[in-house]
Ligand binder design. Structure first.
Ligand code: AHR
Length: 322
């Protein structure tokens, strides 16, 4: 009897212990998201990639991230791989606006929803994507021009000669920033656009464009409107090499608002930066989860953005994170 009792006790103990040791099954990732990033051309882009990676981890979303190195064909290949892999949601930042109908139709036929991040596509078929999460680039161009109109009033100038360094040809930010800026300065006879040149959002191209413009127009240039910080920072040393003081002899207007450019604005060498935030990761994850749950999502979401200018006290500005 005593023996039977000790066997029973041992069995009960074993059962209790094995119950304690039983591991919780690892939480299944709730969703598989394929994301095609267009490249690494700027601090905006690098910040955007980092934010999406971090937010995917935070939301417990499994992320397949591919970098297309500035080539549309690489993005199309990546989207086809996501379809073959049967991801739950496809997201991508289209490098240019045209040329997506075929691959997006393939995604639609496979029943995989597509979310556009940062930039949009040109298509007659609005149902090829379910949502666009990105800046209002037209508004950014308007804000840049509005700053300039105010500056012109303060300086009491009769005429301001402007040169523009634009972003990647046929991309959404290039088209819309140019349009917003042009529509706003057109109403003011003091604004004279000398030339627009394409700098592809790259620092090296910003330097080349600036040296070409300085060679051609020299001290006739009053204002440089550059479509991103990267090109602005490429242009700055060229202006100084040519013997001008950026921010004083020439007004510099930029877009993005990354830390490096904000620090230069604080030094007085850039006059205005219109914010373009790369922090789109949280909205993307929320959207992807909603789609997986079968909910309808907003067709367009624009983050709230502001301008940083030489009129502002920026001493309390928090680190930008990109
Ligand atoms: O699409 C957003 C733009 O792309 C950013 O302004 C620029 O820096 C980036 O390369």
């Amino acid at each position: 009897m005593k023996k039977l009792w000790s066997i029973l006790t041992a069995l009960i103990l074993l059962a209790v212990l094995s119950g304690c040791e039983k591991k919780q099954p690892a939480a299944e990732p709730s969703l598989l998201l394929g994301f095609s990033q267009l490249g690494s051309e700027s601090s905006f882009r690098i910040g955007n990639t980092k934010d999406i990676e971090e937010k995917a981890k935070e939301y417990g979303i499994s992320l397949m991230m591919e970098n297309a190195n500035q080539k549309q064909e690489n993005q199309i290949d990546a989207i086809r791989r996501f379809i073959a892999y049967r991801v739950d949601v496809i997201a991508f930042s289209p490098i240019v606006e045209e040329g997506w109908d075929n691959v997006l139709t393939e995604a639609k036929n496979a029943g995989i929803p597509v979310v556009l991040v940062d930039r949009t596509v040109k298509t007659d078929k609005e149902d090829l994507y379910v949502s666009l999460i990105g800046a209002d680039f037209y508004r950014e161009g308007v804000m840049a021009a509005e700053y300039l109109l105010k500056k012109a009033d303060d300086l009491g100038k009769d005429i301001l000669n402007i040169v523009e360094i634009t972003g990647t040809e046929d991309s959404t930010p290039m088209r819309q920033r140019q349009q917003g800026f042009a529509d706003t300065i057109r109403k003011d006879p003091r604004m004279n656009l000398l030339e627009s040149v394409n700098g592809d959002f790259l620092r090296s191209r910003g330097a080349e464009c600036m040296s070409y413009l300085l060679e051609k127009y020299g001290d006739r240039i009053d204002v440089i409107f550059s479509h991103n910080d990267e090109m602005t920072m490429g242009a700055l040393p060229e202006i100084e090499k040519a013997g001008y003081a950026p921010g004083k002899d020439m007004i510099l207007i930029s877009i993005d608002g990354g830390q490096e450019a904000i620090d230069i604005l604080k030094e007085g060498k850039i006059n205005c930066i219109v914010e373009c935030t790369p922090m789109l990761g949280s909205i993307l994850m929320e959207t992807a989860l909603a789609l997986k749950a079968g909910k309808t999502v907003e067709k367009v979401t624009h983050p709230v953005e502001r301008a940083f200018t030489d009129y502002d006290d920026l001493s309390d500005l928090k680190p930008r994170g990109y």
